[in-house]
Write a protein that binds this ligand. Sequence first.
Ligand code: SAH
Ligand code: SF4
Length: 382
Amino acid sequence: MSTSNPVNLLDFDVDGLVAWFAGLGEKPFRARQVMRWMHHEGCDDFDAMTDVAKSLRAKLKEIAVIRPPVPVRDSISIDGTRKWLLDVGNANAVETVFIPETNRGTLCVSSQAGCALDCAFCSTGKQGFNRNLSAAEIIGQLWLANKLLGAARGDPNEQAADLEAGEKDNGRIISNVVMMGMGEPLANFDNVVTALRLMLDDHAYGLSRRRVTVSTSGIVPAMDRLRDECPVALAVSLHASNDALRDRLVPINQKYPLRELMAACQRYLERAPRDFVTFEYVMLDGVNDSDAHARELVALVRDVPCKFNLIPFNPFPNSGFLRSPAERIRRFAGILIDAGIVTTTRKTRGDDVDAACGQLAGQVQDKTRRVVRLKQEMEIRR
Ligand code: SAH
Ligand code: SF4
């Protein structure tokens, strides 16, 4: 008989699982063995863990589960971008997006259902905050995507197919993870760090710190903690060149203004795996996209080694903003580039499946309709 409230083993990083196993009187190597089954092989069935002692398997079946979030929709864009809508209970849904590129595959992972920070141009912010995702729900997005993309090592036929298709980055279909889905990762610090540790650990996903990126709207004390506890590549959502404008676009700026944010970026770089911060900058027509704004930005980031990633605004109903014209974005980029700042403009991917930045909540915005729709979809899948 299994317990009614089993422990989800996807909630543990390696140290956590070792400690939990110790509580069962089991040795650390057993925990690492189970880790590898779960995360290398994509295994969610204790019976299949053939080199784990039968008595331990029986015990685990009684008290534990390996339970990733449940996908309720799987959409593939004509450009190959794939988006999963995941049910996280109580009619909440989050999204995970896989973006294949020539030399890499990037998974965009969500950290919260909704977001409390209410940035003016973000549809996730507009739906308000529902709840933090658990570590299992965060790492479960990578677990699930690996499995659904045929990248988990469990299936030898899929492995062969991957080889034929020309594997990417030493066999990894997902070579990079960006915490740029729904939610503010640093507002769900502990669960996000547990998931990050699993992404980095060789017993789980073994990604390099340089290939795992946390994107934050600028929660300064949490940036310092991340630097101390689990430094990975950092992206900061800047979006404005002065405090008056940023106060309006990214309200957390009222608490941690630009001078503090720039100082936090400098402190982060002391221990970061990359020697620059990526500043994300959404291009909003007539709001933050003038030549004067670009020049003000150059002065603002003078002491912070950085790159800029300009994101053409992705519209959603009643946003009140428009995307800057392509020519304006080019001129804006030109000013940054002329000042010696590496600047790229993000290609909009997955438009046809609403998978672009800031659109992720588009389908689930209306809470009442969302409940009905989700239920219907889940019934269809049953
Ligand atoms: N909460 C984190 C990470 C998630 S959002 C953060 O804010 O950094 C990922 C990126 O998409 C952020 O830079 C965010 O500001 C941007 N974004 C949000 N809404 C957008 C929209 N409608 N169009 C383009 N980019 C958007
Ligand atoms: Fe939250 Fe990021 Fe959206 Fe701001 S941009 S509301 S921090 S998800």
